[in-house]
Design a protein around this ligand. Structure first.
Ligand code: 6PG
Length: 243
């Protein structure tokens, strides 16, 4: 069972999650790690968090020069496309803080096909990490069908054990083509934080937490040696106590 943290509303959730992340970055860097390795999520839910981190105190208090960012998934669209997860995080947060360009590991989508894009991102990650990375933080959203990153229900990629990044060509959530980190990388993380808000997620949250593992990709998120926090607002988890 993940650790549930319930906030009154989306704004408060963004505020509290920002506090958590800033503290976690401080903890990791103060124990001697040279960089904080952080996987960002796409979609709409994290935008309020990214915006909050772009403002005081976090825009200056977080040592951004020691933060390296990656993406859990990206849509196979031009970097300038409104659907791009990299574009969203860059506009809302990364261009507003002093994170060096060399610390931003964005998937490239300027390839003829999504397969090449996924292969290149895996190559980039392997060049940096050599062995399977243990990210300090992986942010995830939750789809109404229980998907995480671009790993959708019944996808063969849910049981992928070798590849770090896979191409997705039939996403039920447009855009159709995406690249996604695989579960071995997600589950090797030290901390995984879901950001879930809105009434539309209440049903999948209730089912995923109460039904046996299998139907929902979010149920496959279980780090070997790490923690999983689900940040939810009251609309997504009507039964919860407030944090
Ligand atoms: C994406 C995301 C995806 C997202 C969920 C929730 O690229 O679409 O990575 O996994 O996190 O679909 O999306 P919302 O936050 O917009 O509800």
């Amino acid at each position: 069972m993940p650790e549930l943290r319930i906030a009154e509303n989306e704004e408060k959730m963004a505020e509290r999650a920002a506090e958590d992340i800033a503290a976690w970055i401080g903890d990791v860097l103060s124990r001697g790690e040279r960089f904080f390795h952080w996987v960002l999520t796409g979609g709409n839910t994290p935008k309020k968090l990214y915006e909050r981190l772009s403002r005081p105190p976090y825009d200056k208090s977080i040592p951004w020069s020691r933060v390296r960012v990656f993406w859990g998934d990206e849509r196979f669209v031009p970097a300038s496309d409104e659907a791009s997860n990299v574009r969203a995080a860059s506009e809302i947060l990364l261009r507003k803080v002093a994170i060096p360009a060399e610390n931003i590991f964005a998937p490239r989508t300027d390839f003829p096909g999504v397969e090449e894009s996924a292969a290149q991102y895996e190559k980039d990650l392997k060049y940096l990490f050599h062995t399977i990375p243990r990210f300090h933080l992986v942010l995830l959203g939750l789809g109404e069908d229980g998907h995480i990153a671009s790993l959708f229900p019944k996808s063969p990629h849910l049981t992928e054990e070798q590849r770090w990044v896979v191409p997705v060509k039939d996403a039920p959530k447009p855009p159709l083509e995406r690249i996604s980190l695989t579960l071995p990388l997600v589950n090797n993380a030290e901390q995984i934080m879901f950001l879930i808000s809105g009434e539309s997620k209440a049903s999948v949250v209730k089912s995923a937490l109460n039904q046996p593992i299998g139907k929902y990709p979010c149920q496959y998120v279980w780090p070997m040696a790490g923690t999983v926090i689900w940040w939810l607002d009251r609309a997504a988890y009507p039964g919860g106590e407030l944090s």
